[in-house]
Design a protein around this ligand. Structure first.
Ligand SMILES: [Zn+2]
Length: 261
């Protein structure tokens, strides 16, 4: 079994240990009374543990001084090196968790090196971000080609009647304390918009935004997309007031209900 040795002058890391064409070292960081232990392959940290964990203690003789335990842990971990099925490098492999296996990207693997696992998660989140950006871009493009005709009125009652007439519940519970409530927005320039209000009732009625209605789109228009297409634009809107059609239990923000707040 290959053995790590502490450096003579630097107290927190071992000399490089050559095994199977790679160079390894252990680096410790003290968190009294324990140590975090990092195992490096070349310049890359490929595994970490802490001298206080069960997974660490299971691999070492705990009757020895802790710094000896660290050396023993390193040697044991190197013994466990295998060919990673993903990067085909000689690595310390870890079994995938049930959560990992939920994702397609991990399909066909039972274990892999920690580096590959992190890489897969990074790739997945980058892909997700790309998809979001591109669907957002498509929407902006679509609105530019075919500007949404945001429904608005100069008479409050007309806005109220319009949203009342839409075939949705007056208040819809969408979970996590949030509701979508039919309502009316009164813009600073006196224009009334029939809208769907997003309100968090667990938050005392915190207002999260108004989705606008366009008569040439079947989907509601998110506030950030609607702004350029409002009568009088963004400037005409702020500061605005709003009210829901129904009284919302726990909504302290709408202090003037049934009038605008
Ligand atoms: Zn790998």
């Amino acid at each position: 079994m290959a053995q790590f040795e502490w450096k003579v002058r630097v107290k927190n890391e071992t000399k490089l240990l050559k095994v199977g064409g790679n160079k390894y070292k252990l680096v410790i960081t003290e968190f009294r009374p324990n140590y975090r232990v990092d195992l490096f392959e070349g310049t890359e940290c490929i595994l970490s543990d802490n001298t206080s964990t069960v997974s660490f203690k299971d691999k070492v003789d705990t009757s020895k001084p802790v710094l000896d335990q660290v050396l023993q842990w390193g040697a044991v971990m190197l013994e466990h090196r295998k060919i990673c099925p993903r990067c085909a490098k000689q690595r310390i492999l870890q079994p995938l968790t049930e959560n990992d296996k939920k994702y397609d990207s991990f399909e066909g693997y039972e274990e892999m090196c920690p580096g590959c696992r992190v890489k897969i998660y990074n790739e997945m989140s980058a892909r997700k971000k790309d998809e979001q950006t591109s669907s957002e871009q498509k929407l902006i493009e679509e609105y530019r080609k075919n500007p949404p005709n945001i429904v608005c009125f100069t008479v409050e009652k007309d806005a109220e009647d319009y949203v009342k007439g839409i075939d949705n519940p007056d208040v819809e519970d969408i979970g996590d304390g949030f509701v979508i409530a039919k309502g009316v927005v009164k813009a600073a320039n006196g224009v009334y918009y029939p809208v769907f209000l997003a309100i968090c009732l667990e938050d005392g009625g915190e207002f999260y935004g108004a989705e606008f209605i366009a008569d040439n789109y079947s989907e509601v228009i998110e506030p950030k997309h609607a702004l350029p297409y409002l009568a009088g634009g963004k400037e005409g809107l702020y500061p605005f007031k709003y009210r829901s059609l129904s009284r919302l239990e726990g909504d302290w923000h709408q202090s003037n209900w049934p009038r605008f707040s």
